[in-house]
Design a protein around this ligand. Sequence first.
Ligand code: SF4
Ligand code: SF4
Length: 278
Amino acid sequence: MTDWREELARFVAEAPGNVIGPERALAPEWAGLRLYEEPLVGTADAGDPLFAALQAPEAVGPWFRVPGDWLPGARTVLSFFLPFSRRVRESNIPGRDPSGGWLHGRVEGQAFLMEACRYLKARLEAEGYEAVIPCDCPEFWSVGRAGSNPRAWDPSASFTSVWSERHVAYVCGLGTFGLSRGLITEKGQCGRFGSLVTTAPLPATPRPCTGLYDYCTRCGACAARCPAGAISLAEGKAHPPCAAYLAETGRRFPPRYGCGKCQVGVPCMSRIPLGREK
Ligand code: SF4
Ligand code: SF4
């Protein structure tokens, strides 16, 4: 049976898209930058009741599409985490502005994540299974700006989507949420998530935690680092100031954008904080 973690790890190690070549580097110092380290992979039964539970208003919302909505006959959801490389992470610790490495990770890193999704889809199909990438389907939508939801049936549905990678990763046993709303994995929260729905019957990854926030110590370091004041111990993360700050970076660093100051220089940057390991 194919080991999908090994399969993805090989792809991440060898694919040229995981390295910023001189032709797309923001500055000569970023040429040769490796975006991601070795990935984590988690799987869940497509019929896991936690997927339906994500339709609750306090989770994602009733618009969340369960695995069978994306692929009739779905057996498994495969979620993966690509941790940013040490250089991407550490370059973004100083200062208020995103580093060049972080801007590459946010934009070229997302493009590479889609390459990884398509690679896994092709490999699953080569083994005779069906597979879909929800965020690459025409039915996918997300709303990242207050009041910008084109679906007039529920104008309150801002900062949400029909398929939430972090929530799906939680169901697939990859980690638990932090105060800053990222998902803290055994390799920290500094990186990006992708997922596929497939007819392949893969064994589910045990979920090591029962609590949504088990790995977060509520140390408040992410709140102290946020240049937009978007995070507080009392309220967690407020999306509008974060989105406004990200939009500002988009105007200052076109065609890229990004911030991620809450994910770096904090105890959950690249590991589960001490004392919270299971
Ligand atoms: S920095 Fe501290 S409070 Fe913020 S998510 Fe990480 S562990 Fe939780
Ligand atoms: S991405 Fe930046 S603005 Fe948004 S919550 Fe994190 S630190 Fe704050």
